[in-house]
Design a protein around this ligand. Structure first.
Ligand SMILES: Cc1cc2nc3c(=O)[nH]c(=O)nc-3n(C[C@H](O)[C@H](O)[C@H](O)COP(=O)(O)OP(=O)(O)OC[C@H]3O[C@@H](n4cnc5c(N)ncnc54)[C@H](O)[C@@H]3O)c2cc1C
Length: 381
């Protein structure tokens, strides 16, 4: 028997497995897919690396996380830039002074920029909601424009609901920038793994104390009965780190937790480059939300051809074996999640970690930090 069982080999599970192994514990990792890496996993098409579950760009404010990931592979400096197709033009997103200058006449652009600077510091970031509710009529009108062109239809596509039902934290993820900073993220550390994410995961899980079993759904091996956990019929007394969906663990007993899913359409094109930046958002007319061109992310500029991805949002249905991508965070769904959480609490050895198990939106750095912090807490138990 191992000392610890980890379910899932994404960042949550792999970081946990590594930390336990470094503490001389024997770790068994069960992963139901046929690969490690969770949603950060990459494949190649005609030699070009792409992200099978959607583009993953690494960025963090945390020095701890930056130092941790650098311990498992080489990374290069990469600042992500996104364009959006607004009124037929490609403009930088988050919306900033450049976007204003492209979309408005010279006089109007000057007026908007000077009103913005009258209220906000240069290089600060403002929520679109603040602009929409501004006491200044010019800023209110500008706020309405950006809200309509950048947020309204994009949100309807992405979440299949009216924007008023979407958690404000989701809307505030893309602010308006007061100035010319056109980077998508402003974190101190922004980088991509030099040899891809797969290698980072291989290194994380590389230990004589870690056994990884692929293609194994942990549900086939683990039973949860009356506060006790059984592994293949025998009582298991160690920690079980679970990073999968919590409703699935308990057989959707209280009903399925709602998610958004995605239909990801990858295409190889026999051309050098398809678009002028790594990602172009399509907030309005098109059915897809964005196009990613992976060569920009992997820096494979020398490669012939290019791989692009169009993302079509979908309503998640676990019975159709879809992938749960984004938790739909609202009071009703969180109340449902709490029922499962109460169920999980009956098993003190069971630790829930990660974006599925905790029903949260975590970026990669946040999930790594979460795993590092949770491990400290388990050690302190
Ligand atoms: C489309 C998309 C784009 C994203 N882009 C970014 C980005 O640019 N930057 C960023 O920082 N973050 C991004 N993220 C977030 C990032 O994917 C997550 O932070 C990260 O993958 C979370 O890791 P995790 O280990 O919690 O979950 P996952 O990576 O989903 O790993 C969970 C693993 O558990 C396995 N599993 C589940 N149930 C079982 C079971 N019963 N038995 C065995 N195995 C099981 C799954 O197969 C999976 O491999 C993005 C997310 C999405 C959906």
């Amino acid at each position: 028997m191992p000392d610890v069982i980890v379910v899932g080999a994404g960042f949550a599970g792999s970081v946990m497995a590594r930390l336990f192994a470094d503490d001389q514990k024997r770790v068994l990792v069960l992963e139901k897919r046929n690969h490690i890496g969770g949603n950060c996993y990459e494949e190649k098409m005609n030699g070009i690396r792409y992200h099978l579950y959607g583009p993953h760009i690494f960025h963090t404010k945390s020095e701890l996380v930056k130092d941790f990931v650098r311990g498992y592979g080489d990374w290069y400096f990469y600042e992500h830039r996104v364009l959006g197709k607004i009124d037929g033009r490609l403009v930088p997103i988050p919306f900033n002074f450049q976007s204003i200058e492209i979309l408005f006449s010279k006089e109007k652009a000057e007026e908007i920029k000077s009103r913005l600077l009258a209220y906000y510091e240069m290089d600060s970031k403002v929520s679109i909601m603040d602009l929409k509710n501004s006491e200044d009529a010019v800023l209110r009108e500008f706020g309405e424009y950006v809200f309509d062109r950048v947020f309204l239809h994009y949100t309807a596509k992405q979440w299949n609901t009216d924007i008023s039902n979407v958690d404000t934290s989701v809307i505030n993820r893309v602010p308006v920038v007061i100035g010319y900073d056109d980077r998508y993220f402003s974190d101190a550390y922004q980088m991509m793994p030099k040899n891809g994410y797969n290698q980072i995961f291989e290194n994380l899980l590389q230990s004589p104390l870690i056994t990884v079993q692929l293609g194994v759904d942990a549900k086939e091996r683990l039973q949860f009965r009356n506060g006790k956990i059984y592994y293949q019929g025998k009582e298991f007394l160690g920690h079980v780190i679970y990073t999968g969906a919590l409703d699935a663990l308990f057989d959707y007993h209280y009903g399925a937790l709602p998610y958004r899913s995605l239909d990801l359409k990858f295409t190889y094109l026999d051309m050098n480059y398809y678009q002028p930046s790594a990602v172009v958002n399509y907030p309005n007319e098109e059915d897809f939300t964005r196009i990613t061109e992976f060569k920009y992310l992997s820096r494979e500029h020398f490669q012939k051809g290019t791989v692009i991805l169009k993302e079509y949002p979908l309503t998640y249905d676990y019975q159709k074996k879809m992938i749960p991508y984004y938790a739909i965070l609202n009071d009703q769904n969180l109340a449902l999640y709490q029922k499962y959480e109460q169920e999980a609490k009956k098993y003190p050895q069971l630790i829930l970690c990660g974006r599925l198990a905790e029903y949260k939106y975590y970026d990669m750095d946040a999930v790594i930090l979460r795993a590092l912090t949770m491990y400290e807490q388990i050690e302190g138990m």
